[in-house]
Design a protein around this ligand. Structure first.
Ligand code: FES
Ligand code: FE2
Length: 449
């Protein structure tokens, strides 16, 4: 029997309930594409994917296909992948090196800076084309944080630093600790028949699913049992970002600094503050989600002890970022990158890569378990009768108030098991889709003007 339908539209943070329609209603999906993906800062690429002038990758900002290109002036720009003549996609490649982008249809040609530099039979237009204003349509704002490139269609609003807020402190631990961080090859991509929020909210902090969904790993004896309960800290930030920092359980033989190799420690110790080092030294896992759809996970693993042993490390770890790209109300494309500290020793890099593949690559054991459940949710919620369901996020409603911690803002230190992070994620999501029409959405300007 369905529980009572919500009396509030979609999300009730106070009672910890979310309407099934948040995951299945096409009109709500359109609204989030406009108001969240049309306005937020969205991750588009890592700078190491664009090593030279002319380097480009094609990506998505919500449902907008874009080209991320480093111009001959070294500046990274984001172009809508649509010709200004008739709208044909001008670049069909996933990545490459280009001096220009030539539209396959009639041959209009754009420079790596996006300017329209070639129009076949131009004279036939009898000077009626406004050439300087017919460059590829550009996202008005582009900014980087530790090599992660973000863009926004909103001409106005908080800058990236303000948007990330206290989350930037956690980004320092993950992405700013090294002199250089680089992607391991192009991202792995796969399609999942599930709403994009299910991935984002899971990484924002669904600790509850781990015992059941991934429990067979322990049941089959695939890793060393960990004595004791691990301490953790949940770090919320404005704009809907969440991070979770998990320590090694007491008494576990472990690797400090997320099991990163000792050769990196002097570099890390030079680059991070004393407070950051104090927090990071004891950590086993950092997981979270930068709103709306960029999740991150760095986890040390003892499942891979055979690899770790070969390298003489007590545990092995890897760092992945992933995006949940909306492709309709019950479909998403998952993009997953592994990031590597460039100065790590080569044997460690190889072991770390194998660890990522085995756990969170496309066929990774954790990844497979998770996406099966998310697809099962979207399948269940396609039912017309399910539209009235109020889904339950009520665990730990009486969670203690946040307190000071070594990082900025307030955090929940050693919180009991709860669904707090997901409540915060969906609470912000609701605010974002109910906000007034975003000002300065660059995608609208031309049609409106
Ligand atoms: S559609 Fe691109 S040149 Fe005509
Ligand atoms: Fe999981």
């Amino acid at each position: 029997m369905p529980t009572a339908a919500l009396s509030i539209p979609l999300v009730d943070v106070e009672s910890g309930q979310v309407s099934a329609r948040a995951f299945s209603d096409a009109a709500i999906y359109r609204q989030e594409i406009e108001r969240i993906f049309g306005r937020s800062w969205l991750f588009v690429a890592h700078e190491s994917e664009l090593p030279r002038p002319g380097s480009f990758v094609t990506r998505w900002m919500g449902e907008d296909p874009v080209i991320v290109c480093r111009g001959t002036d070294e500046r990274i720009r984001i172009f809508l992948n649509a010709c200004r003549h008739r709208g044909r996609r001008v670049c069909a490649d996933d990545l490459g090196q280009a001096a220009q982008f030539r539209c396959p249809y009639h041959g209009w040609t754009y420079s790596a800076q996006g300017e329209l530099v070639g129009v076949p039979f131009l004279a036939a237009y009898q000077d009626r084309l406004d050439l300087p204003n017919l460059g590829l349509w550009q996202a008005p704002r582009v900014a980087s944080c530790h090599g992660l490139v973000f863009a926004s269609w909103a001409a106005e609003g908080p800058g990236l630093d303000e948007y990330l807020g206290p989350h930037g402190w956690v980004f320092d631990l993950l992405f700013g600790r090294s002199e250089a961080m680089e992607v391991v090859g192009p991202p792995q991509r796969w399609v999942v028949g599930a709403n994009w929020k299910l991935g984002a909210a899971n990484f924002a902090g669904d600790g509850y699913h781990v015992a059941n969904t991934h429990g067979y790993i322990d049941a089959l004896g695939m890793r060393n049992p960990r004595p004791g309960r691990a301490g953790s800290t949940t770090v919320p930030a404005p704009f809907g970002h969440l991070a979770n920092l998990v320590k090694w359980p007491p008494g576990t033989p472990c690797g400090e600094y997320l099991a990163l190799p000792p050769q990196l420690w002097p570099e890390i110790e030079r680059r991070l503050s004393a407070e950051q080092l104090g927090v990071m030294k004891a950590l086993r896992v950092i997981a979270g989600n930068a709103f709306p759809n960029l999740s991150f996970l760095e986890t040390a693993s003892t499942e891979m002890e055979e690899w770790a042993g070969e390298c003489d490390y007590p545990a092995m770890s890897f760092l992945t970022i992933r995006q949940w790209q909306p492709r309709g109300v019950d479909r998403m494309e998952v993009w997953s990158w592994q990031l590597m500290d460039r100065n790590a020793p080569e044997p460690w890099k190889r072991a770390s890569q194998a660890c990522y593949q085995r756990e969170f690559g496309m066929a990774g054991v954790f990844e497979q378990d998770d996406v099966e459940n998310w697809a099962g949710i979207s399948e269940g919620l396609r039912s017309p009768a399910a539209q009235g369901l109020a889904l339950q996020y009520r665990m730990g409603l009486d969670v203690p108030l946040p307190t000071a911690w070594p990082g900025p803002g307030l955090a929940y230190v050693d919180p009991p098991l709860s669904e707090l992070s997901e409540r915060l994620f969906y609470g912000h999501w609701q605010e974002a889709i109910l906000q007034d029409e975003p000002p300065g959405d660059a995608r609208r300007s031309e049609a409106d003007g």
